[in-house]
Design a protein around this ligand. Structure first.
Ligand code: CDP
Length: 587
């Protein structure tokens, strides 16, 4: 749809140094020589104007296209909200694929499997990530009817997907990310659990074991459980649930993989059960989807809704501003659905039927720093619930407003909302918490709902580029406490954490905690607090120190189940040879 021409007096966005590197590498449009032919202002205007242009279709809109384009531009260039990377890269371009998250089915046939490999390649090329369940594939060594030979099983096919991904770099720059899921009652589950035990194996995949309530009950009781051949539906053997759980814990302790996803719980929250089960999530786990479904995400920077206390009042959140951002962001994300070209007709159909969007947050640790609330405190967990409840309620209100202007999502009548007469809503889901790996660099904020990895650190990005970053709130706090000095900053950059620096004021040490200072249970409580009010799921890593035992991981897995999380990912410091983020010490 034709976009509004760029107004002459459009303000120039302020881009931080790290963002410049990322935007130049991946986001600015380039000619065939690889030279950018748009500047930062043109990039954000391209996105704002093309997403706003969709508004033309809706006669009952409360906005004009040009006014909305300008609001979207201001929203993004103030970094209050950013849409997921494919939207920034591809909006207003011929490719026009704008969603980050896809789930593809893998059928139990050679044709089905290789269709899926091809579809994944098409999605990776456009900057999207793919999730697959391999649970429908018949187990290794079972008979193949057409040839009388034996099947090679899910793991050997997983390697083909991995290899194909290796060859296709997304959008010419970033490598595709995948999620592979296998149900715990698949006969090949033990091989799957051990699949990444060698470093570098299946490096383009995150793996998660799909756990069921029945399995968790069997673990509790120390009972055996049945393995079911998906092809025949027959029981092909039994395993002891406790032993399987133990090996799962051991492998996660060794390498961080596999994670877990609670499939029954994911499906309990399925808003459109009439369309079947959700069997997989996107690569980072925050977005469960139906087969051939996609979802676009966007994140609000919470660090920017901080309101400093006035006239002796405590610092707070600017709730009116947050509400304004949520409503505008929901309109943005709903327009993205219309503006996006999906790589397959089946995907277009499913997306347009359910119109899922995933609005989430980043800058959570920045907000806590400003409010002076330690991440590892009940106060922070309570505030997380309050903030996310507010965002979910307001995003649903915004979705209702859109339904008035544009009609509900087509599958509404058959959805849980339609059946309970709760709507009408424009979107089957509105909230997801993404990792915001790149968005947080562009926004210059802490990522997702994670604590900082380090107060000052060296970030390794793409092809060995190194970026040095110190948290600005930390610098301000040190200056206010008259404790700032160049030598101290160097020391902090080396250590990452200030936990052992007893000469620093106690309140500064309490508030400025990093991922490794935080007890794993607080990580989990924070994940659960955000999950409570998130329609889809929450991307979060539970960080553990190197000396954590398997027993610690077992406890976290179990508590994740009890706290109502949809999945869990643990990471024990130093357990993999290459880390995305490094403190100075680990260089
Ligand atoms: O910050 P950005 O929008 O680039 O992405 P993110 O929030 O870190 O990740 C969101 C989702 O984008 C992931 O769960 C994947 O579905 C997808 N993604 C991908 O496919 N490939 C990557 N290299 C990074 C993210």
């Amino acid at each position: 749809m034709a976009a509004t021409p760029m107004p002459k007096r459009l303000p120039e966005p302020i881009i931080n140094e790290n963002a410049k590197i990322v935007l130049q590498r991946r986001y600015l449009r380039k000619d065939t020589e690889g030279t950018p032919f748009e500047n930062y202002r043109e990039l954000f205007w391209r996105v704002a104007s093309s997403i706003a242009a969709e508004e033309k279709k809706y006669a009952d809109s409360v906005y004009t296209v040009s006014k909305l384009a300008r609001e979207f531009y201001d929203l993004m260039t103030s970094y209050r909200f950013l849409p997921n990377s494919p939207t920034l890269m591809n909006a207003g371009t011929d490719l026009g694929q704008l969603a980050a998250c896809f789930v593809l089915p893998v059928e139990d046939s050679i044709e089905g499997i290789f269709d899926s490999v091809k579809h994944a390649a098409m999605i990776h090329k456009s900057g999207g990530g793919t999730g697959f369940s391999f649970s429908r594939l018949r187990p290794k060594d079972s008979v193949v009817g057409s040839t009388g030979g034996v099947a090679s099983g899910p793991l050997s096919f997983l390697r083909i997907f991995n290899c194909a991904t290796e060859q296709i770099k997304q959008g010419g720059t970033r490598r595709g990310a995948n999620m592979g899921i296998l149900r715990v009652d698949h006969p090949d589950i033990m091989e799957f659990i051990k699949a990444k035990e060698r470093d570098g194996e299946l490096n383009n995949f995150n793996l998660s074991v799909g756990l069921t309530e029945a399995f968790m009950r069997a673990v509790e009781k120390g009972e055996d459980y049945e393995l079911v051949d998906p092809k025949t539906g027959l029981v092909s053997g039994t395993l002891n649930a406790g032993e399987v759980f133990g090996i799962l814990v051991q492998k996660a302790w060794e390498s961080g993989d596999p994670g877990m996803v609670f499939l029954d719980r994911v499906n309990r929250d399925n808003p459109t059960p009439a369309q079947g089960d959700m069997e997989s999530t996107n690569p980072c786990g925050e977005q469960p989807l139906l087969p051939y479904e996609a979802c676009n995400l966007g994140s609000i920077n919470l660090g920017l809704v901080y309101a400093a206390g006035q006239n002796g009042h405590d610092s707070e959140i600017d709730w009116d501003e947050l509400k304004r951002i949520v409503h505008l962001a929901v309109r943005f994300l709903d327009n993205v659905i219309d503006a996006s070209n999906y790589p397959l007709p089946q995907i277009t159909e499913t997306v347009e039927r359910n119109r899922k969007i995933g609005l989430g947050v980043m800058g959570w640790a920045d907000l806590l720093f400003q409010l002076g609330i330690p991440y590892n405190s009940q106060k922070a967990v309570d505030l997380a619930e309050r903030v996310m409840k507010f965002i979910r309620d307001e995003s649903r209100a915004a979705s209702k407003q859109l339904a008035k202007e544009r009609g509900p999502f087509p599958a509404y009548a058959d959805s849980v909302f339609g059946k309970a007469d709760l709507g009408p809503y424009r979107n089957a889901t509105t909230t997801t918490i993404a990792p915001t790996g790149t968005l947080s660099i562009i926004g210059g904020c802490s990522s997702g709902v994670e604590p900082l990895f380090a107060l000052s650190f060296v970030r390794n990005v793409m092809d060995g580029d190194r970026l040095v970053e110190t948290n600005p709130h930390f610098e301000t706090a040190l200056k206010n406490a008259n404790a700032h000095s160049a030598s101290l900053m160097e020391e902090v950059a080396k250590k990452g954490s200030i936990a052992s620096m007893e000469f620093l004021p106690e309140d500064v040490r309490r508030v400025f905690v990093t991922a490794m200072d935080i007890e794993p249970m607080w990580h989990l409580k924070m994940q659960a607090a955000f999950q409570k009010y998130t329609d889809n799921a929450v991307s979060k890593t539970v960080n553990l120190p190197n000396e954590a035992t398997q027993e610690h991981i077992r406890e976290i897995y179990w508590k994740a189940y009890e706290y109502g999380c949809k999945g869990v990912t643990v990471y024990r410091d130093g357990c993999k040879s290459s880390q995305v983020l490094c403190t100075g010490d680990s260089e």
